[in-house]
Design a protein around this ligand. Structure first.
Ligand SMILES: [Zn+2]
Length: 143
């Protein structure tokens, strides 16, 4: 398991990631708070340097990473997005709740979610109109 955190930009040192030698690599991306265009380029380049036989999967992809998935074709490369985070808001607790969703499920809109503390219904914080659009790629869409 490799944890990627903080701000990914032109100062990020990618050698630890790009030098990994393993049959399978899991990237925990919950801690990625921001990613710049330099960070996108560096991340994609580092992942391309991994051995071709290495299986790569993402878990808990943070909101900034998910937004890039929607904007940049092939941002994940050959990685499988196992899970990702979606930003919700609890009106009762007046707190944000990041809900972990299954990346293999095609979603046209935010699924209903309940607050883990009060059990109330959460509201999706609309970070992007197309937050879930990338989940539809590669899936057959029925009219
Ligand atoms: Zn609540």
């Amino acid at each position: 398991m490799v944890t990627v955190t903080g701000i990914l930009d032109e100062h990020t040192d990618w050698r630890e990631l790009s030098g990994l030698q393993a049959a399978s690599i899991t990237l925990d991306l919950e801690g990625v708070r921001r990613i710049t265009s330099y960070g996108v380029q560096g991340f994609m380049a580092a992942c391309r340097l991994l051995p071709p036989t290495t299986r790569v999967q993402w878990i808990r992809a943070s909101v900034p990473m998910v937004l890039q998935l929607g904007m940049i074709a092939n941002f994940a490369g050959r990685a499988v997005v196992r899970t990702y985070l979606a930003p919700y808001w609890c009106p009762s607790c007046r707190e944000e709740r990041a809900i972990e969703l299954d990346g293999g499920v095609a979603l046209a809109a935010a699924p209903p979610a309940l607050c883990e503390r009060c059990g109330g219904r959460l509201e999706f914080e609309d970070a992007s109109a197309d937050y879930f659009a990338w989940t539809l790629e590669g899936h057959a869409t029925s009219p």
